[in-house]
Design a protein. Structure first.
Length: 104
């Protein structure tokens, strides 16, 4: 029995999505708790208000042994790879505006 796990990732618009998608696949090579068949797949899902929405799909061989631990390991591999290759994950940066009121 397989369990599909979808791992969402968002990157900045200044980064190359094709390169980031290749890094997603490479990040799965460090973890062997998922199925090699079907192979991991990456997708560009859309364009969000903060960045480009990507997704990594992996199939886990033995979900009874745990899914969250496998996803956590893959997420850590993605984080390390993105840092090494200067791929940025966007974060909220709200603008604060101070408006002066005229009390005359």
């Amino acid at each position: 029995m397989f369990w599909i796990s979808r791992i969402p990732v968002q990157i900045c618009y200044s980064d190359d999505p094709e390169f980031a998608m290749n890094l997603l696949i490479e990040a799965t090579n460090e973890n062997h708790a998922y199925s090699k068949k079907p192979e991991p797949a990456e997708r560009l899902l859309g364009f969000g208000d903060k960045g480009i929405d990507l997704e990594l799909r992996i199939w886990i061989d033995d979900p009874e042994e745990g899914v969250a631990n496998v996803v956590s390991d893959v997420n850590l591999s993605i984080w390390k790879s993105f840092k090494e290759h200067n791929i940025s994950i966007p974060f909220p940066q709200p603008d604060v505006r101070i408006v002066a009121e005229n009390n005359e």
